[in-house]
Ligand binder design. Structure first.
Ligand code: NAD
Length: 398
């Protein structure tokens, strides 16, 4: 079989000779009891770069020993790109949300042999899920692999926005020491109302991680949490996003991108927020209206916006979010720490082993199967597509 793997570029200075740390902590499982990815073996060293082209997700030996062909490229956007040329006879395509290969309807229809699209990570909105259903292409992801990595990033971003870390760090880098400049936008998080739109694996973990800061916690989700969890965290449940945002000082967005969440945070929703609130969005860039966010930061309706997700990706060099005021954006990194890469590389290998051996893939990994939403796809997504406009990714110039 032919496996096409679309990964991000290697470091500009080439693959590292050594890494800052010698090993990764050993984890025993996920908090709800789900087991970590469990392939029969791995051919990589956990803690090394696996998500870039030379890292190959540690798959080459495993695939070639079984007679399969592995093609790895970062060239994924624009007419005639390598990924599009290799896709036409590929059986499986693997891509990561950090460097998403947008599998639009046209691309899926161009790939007559395609049986499965694997997301090395979580969030399969870069695939036209409707086209995948219509063309009987299964879509799977490595559920839970980096959920807690993202929750850590959310806490970092909430604290850095509210305390205004970026401004203070810049003052130091510029050789300055004006304390009043440094603190005129700086507050304590303690006592604030912090809410999440969606309390799935990431949203719930972010709530748990924020609890020790002595804040008031809120959530909205289409699935209500068990009463015991609400009681444990002293959570306030809201039956709509509007209700949640009207009382929260900090809102973190943790739902998948699908037709019902696309542009959920537009001018109208942002204007229902408290003046001077903060948004942290590590879910997907397109859940927010790009222009509305920039307008709200300019007007002061929002005090800060942070996240690591953009639309499209890579973000064009002149993307508005690179230059808007009071933002704490990073490239899409929260779910691809070296720690997370080891988990999702192992998860991809587990999925491929099941696929080749005709064994069932774990139910929570499923997004689309046999022409319909399945597993976490049925729980967390709606039918349709959110890939429109992804061709703009070709505008990014290195
Ligand atoms: P999850 O499936 O455990 O949780 C998703 C939650 O969203 C579910 O509880 C579901 O009920 C809820 N939901 C779905 N539609 C909703 C709606 N319209 N309104 C409110 N809630 C809704 O997934 P997760 O592991 O928590 O990941 C969530 C998302 O975070 C992913 O789909 C992905 O887009 C994003 N993510 C980002 C990164 C990153 O590196 N930045 C990494 C992993 C995941």
């Amino acid at each position: 079989m032919k496996i096409l793997c679309v990964l991000y570029d290697d470091p500009t200075a080439g693959m590292p000779d050594s890494y800052p740390r010698d090993d990764l902590p050993i984890l025993s499982g996920y908090p709800d009891g789900m087991s970590l990815p469990s392939p029969s073996s791995i051919d990589f060293t956990p803690g090394e770069l696996l998500g870039c082209v030379s890292g190959e997700l540690g798959l080459r030996k495993f695939l070639e020993d079984q007679g399969h062909t592995l093609v790895v490229t970062a060239d994924k956007d624009g007419d005639g790109c390598i990924a599009d040329r290799e896709l036409v006879d590929a059986d499986v395509v693997i891509s990561q949300p950090f460097w998403p290969y947008y599998l639009t309807k046209e691309k899926i229809e161009s790939a007559q042999n395609l049986k499965m699209a694997i997301t090395a990570g979580i969030g399969s909105d870069h695939v036209d899920l409707q086209a995948a259903m219509d063309n009987k292409v299964d879509v799977v992801e490595v559920t839970y692999c980096n959920s807690r990595s993202v929750a850590e990033h959310i806490v970092m971003m909430i604290l850095s926005l509210v305390r205004d870390y970026h401004n203070q760090h810049q003052i130091v880098k510029d050789g300055g020491w004006n304390i009043a400049d440094a603190v005129q936008r700086s507050y304590d998080v303690e006592g604030m109302h912090v809410g999440t739109v969606a309390a799935g694996r990431i949203g719930l973990d972010a709530l748990r991680k924020m609890k020790p800061f002595d804040v008031h916690l809120h959530y909205f989700d289409i699935h209500k949490l068990p009463d015991a969890v609400e009681a444990e965290l002293n959570l306030t449940y809201h039956d709509s996003v509007e209700s949640l945002v009207s009382v929260c000082d900090v809102v973190t967005i943790n739902c998948p991108l699908h037709p019902k969440t696309e542009h959920l945070f537009d001018d109208e929703m942002i204007n229902k927020m408290k003046r001077g609130a903060y948004i942290v969005n590590t879910a997907r860039g397109k859940i927010c209206d790009k222009d509305a966010i920039a307008r709200a930061l300019e007007s002061g309706q929002l005090s800060g916006y942070a996240g690591d997700v953009w639309f499209p990706q890579p973000a064009p060099n002149d993307h508005l979010w690179r230059s808007m005021p009071n933002h704490g954006m990073t490239p899409h990194t929260s779910g691809t720490s070296l720690s997370a890469q080891a988990r999702y590389a192992a998860g991809v290998r587990e999925i491929l082993e099941c696929f080749f051996e005709g064994k069932p893939i774990r139910e929570p990994y499923l997004i689309v199967q046999n022409g319909d939403l399945a597993g976490m796809g049925a729980h967390s997504y709606t039918r349709g597509t959110a890939t429109d406009g992804s061709e703009e990714a070709a505008q990014y110039k290195k």
